[in-house]
Design a protein around this ligand. Structure first.
Ligand code: HAM
Length: 437
């Protein structure tokens, strides 16, 4: 007997249905425009990579690698992992394609699904989308500021309010190491009260204790957590001050957060996170400098800086703040027809309009005019052309404005010309869908 039990999507993954698409196109379009304006070019990296790549970059004792990876063996017994983030893949691609021989910096942007075995809850998924920027081959502090400015512009373009950029510096690799030792010593004294995970973290990488969410560990951290910025050496401080000065000059608002360390191991110097005031626990995005990563992965010594945003979380804020998001207009004209003689004429009309480079939709097989008009309204088509037996006889068509519902009868010869004029009056003669260009 076949099992008839309904199969549902696995926990923590979600369908993105047609009604949601306008948000997705809108965010992607605004992200792409902000990235391209700042000189970033698109890269598409694989959804899965060698497991080793993430162990060596994100860090073996981070939550992401130790608890959240979707790893599997393929049929040749290679250990592979669904990417939990994009930076490692981009760094790997930089090395693999010899991008250090290209003019530096190399600026890349990406958009795509990431996978983490996270605890599903609002804004936390097991498959989620990230939009990311990576800039490789430049150590100048202005680069940090420029990329953060691009991130700020992206949020501004979307009209988002009450967004804060939190920023900190972990300092050079050496300064970070010293800070880790100092933190380790302080935590050692409170070891017995740490959770089991943190006892292990303390041994392997004390910095990761700062990611812990359990009440007791947080209490200890609040008590002992040294103001990280104070432990920076002069070189690190000088560099960080420069980044902040550039941000001031660019009039990018930020908030210093000495406790910000980020949950991935590859960072040195500047780190930052974007949060909404309404929920500072759930970051909308984050990033920082990763000057040692490319070398660590076997490539040349290459300083780098990057960011990734969580698309679902950005969309949640757009909805929460009831921000204007344009409807998706997938076609310029919808053809409505009724009656046997109208069909061949409708086909002809479609051909003529397509020759004029217009995007046409229709429901030639559908029933009543009302049903067809409802479909046109659902698709947000600005104009419909209505053809019945009468219009075939009179050699004309009816053009209906879907916004104000006005109708005009137009002779066949003028149909294309008047349709174009009406669309132009609506400012819709250029591509109206937020699609990849
Ligand atoms: P991350 O902070 O791990 O950084 O992730 C970036 C963003 O992805 C988060 O701020 C959040 O918006 C979103 N995100 C993370 N996990 C989830 C989840 N389970 N569900 C929904 N959204 C989530 C990175 O991934 C680094 N690669 C960023 C970077 C780029 N650093 C340098 N370059």
């Amino acid at each position: 007997m076949t099992d008839k039990k309904k199969i549902q999507a696995p926990r923590g993954v979600h369908d993105i249905l047609p009604d949601e698409q306008k948000y997705w196109f809108w965010v992607e379009n605004n992200f792409r425009e902000a990235a391209q304006a700042a000189g970033f070019e698109r890269i598409i990296i694989p959804t899965f990579e060698a497991t080793e790549l993430f162990k060596r970059s994100v860090g073996e004792f981070t939550d992401i690698v130790s608890k959240e990876m979707y790893s599997f063996k393929d049929k040749s017994a290679n250990s592979l992992t669904l990417r939990p983030e994009g930076t490692a893949g981009v760094a790997r691609a930089y090395i693999e394609h010899g991008m250090q021989t290209m003019p530096q910096p190399v600026q890349l942007y990406y958009w795509g699904p990431m996978f983490r075995y996270d605890r599903p809850q609002a804004g936390r998924y097991r498959e989620f989308y990230q939009c990311g920027l990576e800039l490789l081959g430049d150590y100048d502090p202005i680069v940090d500021a420029m990329l953060i400015q691009t991130v700020a512009k992206f949020h501004k373009k979307l009209g988002m309010q009450d967004i804060v950029i939190k920023i900190n510096s972990l300092g050079t690799e050496r300064a970070k190491g010293k800070m880790m030792t100092a933190l380790g010593k302080l935590l050692e004294r409170n070891k017995k009260d740490l959770c089991a995970d943190c006892k292990l973290r303390l041994k392997k990488n004390p910095l990761r204790v700062l990611d812990c969410k359990t009440g007791k560990c947080r209490e200890i951290l609040d008590k002992i957590s040294p103001s990280l910025i104070d432990s920076l050496d002069d070189e690190s401080k000088k560099r960080f001050t420069k980044v902040l000065e550039y941000l001031d000059e660019m009039r990018v608002e930020y908030e210093l957060d000495p406790k910000l360390v980020r949950g991935l191991d590859y960072y040195t110097h500047t780190v930052f996170e974007v949060v909404a005031r309404s929920n500072e626990e759930l970051s909308l995005g984050g990033g920082g400098r990763y000057d040692t990563l490319v070398k660590q992965l076997g490539g040349p010594d290459t300083p780098a800086f990057g960011y990734a945003g969580g698309v679902e979380r950005v969309i949640d804020i757009l909805k929460q703040q009831a921000l204007a998001v344009p409807d998706l207009i997938q076609s310029d004209v919808f053809i409505v027809q009724l009656g046997d003689r109208a069909k061949p004429k409708a086909i002809e009309v479609v051909e003529k309009l397509e020759l004029a480079n217009l995007r046409i939709s229709s429901a030639l097989g559908r029933g009543s005019i009302q049903t067809q008009l409802r479909l046109a309204a659902k698709l947000h088509t600005p104009l419909t052309i209505i053809i019945g037996d009468q219009e075939v006889h009179d050699k004309n068509v009816i053009i209906r404005d879907m916004e104000d519902r006005s109708q005009e009868t137009v002779i066949d010869r003028d149909m294309v010309k008047i349709t174009l004029k009406k669309l132009e009056e609506k400012g819709l003669r250029v591509p109206t869908i937020y699609e990849s260009r």
